[in-house]
Design a protein around this ligand. Structure first.
Ligand SMILES: [Fe+2]
Ligand SMILES: [Fe+2]
Length: 252
């Protein structure tokens, strides 16, 4: 198996895969990006497939886990190019429906995507979607960092895909993908969150949603996964984080 791929959960019928494909032409920018795939009984949900330049590699990797024609949904946590840049390519090569915040639907035409009837637009409060015997829950994470932003809870694996929340600009090692030491990892989280996330109040609103769920892992779009005691440590850290508009005086 490619070392840029890791199975986070697999019970034979339900699988959760993490990919770490980067745009190698821009390695200097050092923005490691993770993409995810859920497969249940042969039906797939692709999460934040990223930019155009990784499309070919990701397509090939995804097709090893699910028939491309069986990808039913593609979820886009927000509008950024590292999340949604390849929407036009995925629209051509699948029959999937695209799930995203209603705030960003019309912007997708600027990535060359015109099939608006294939979009399931989420209103601000999010939605629960049946997925086989389980469900997927689209949890609001607005202004963390995008104004229309969702995270995704998979009720079977109990993994929360957190988008840019929990993102760290660190290379993802090939031999592990989980945070080893939260105290050390905090340094990598802090700069990104302080500037990109909306405010402490918004962080707390998201944490309180997550605390109501039975969660096994928090899997961000950049950097490493939070599991076991690191998961609790991360949520506690986020609750106390001062960020975004908490530093208004420094910004204006
Ligand atoms: Fe983003
Ligand atoms: Fe991102």
């Amino acid at each position: 198996m490619d070392n840029r791929e890791k199975i986070l959960y697999d019970n034979g019928r339900h699988k959760y895969v993490m990919f770490s494909f980067d745009d190698e032409t821009h390695e200097d920018s050092f923005l490691s990006v993770n993409q995810y795939l859920i497969v249940q009984n042969g039906v797939g949900v692709l999460i934040d497939p990223g930019c155009e330049s990784i499309f070919d590699e990701l397509f090939e990797a995804v097709s090893r886990h699910v028939e491309i024609s069986k990808i039913k949904f593609i979820f886009l946590s927000h509008q950024d190019p590292d999340v949604s840049g390849s929407i036009a390519q995925w629209a051509i090569s699948t029959q999937a429906k695209f799930i995203m915040s209603s705030l960003w639907v019309r912007f997708m035409s600027h990535y060359g995507f015109m099939e608006m009837d294939r979009v399931m637009a989420l209103s601000d409060h999010g939605a629960k979607l049946r997925f086989g015997k389980e469900y997927l829950e689209f949890i609001p994470a607005h202004f963390l960092h995008s104004p229309g932003n969702f995270t995704l809870y998979d009720s079977k694996s109990k993994i929360v895909f957190s988008g840019d929340i929990g993102a760290a600009i660190v290379p993802v090692p090939t031999d592990y993908k989980h945070v080893q030491n939260f105290e050390e990892h905090k340094q990598a989280l802090h700069g990104f969150h302080k500037r990109y996330m909306g405010s402490n109040k918004l962080c707390r609103a998201w944490v309180s949603k997550i605390e109501q769920l039975d969660v096994s892992m928090i899997a961000p779009q950049h950097g490493l996964i939070f599991e076991d005691e690191k998961l609790g440590e991360f949520l506690e850290w986020l609750k106390e984080l001062q960020c975004g508009s908490d530093f208004m005086k420094d910004l204006y």
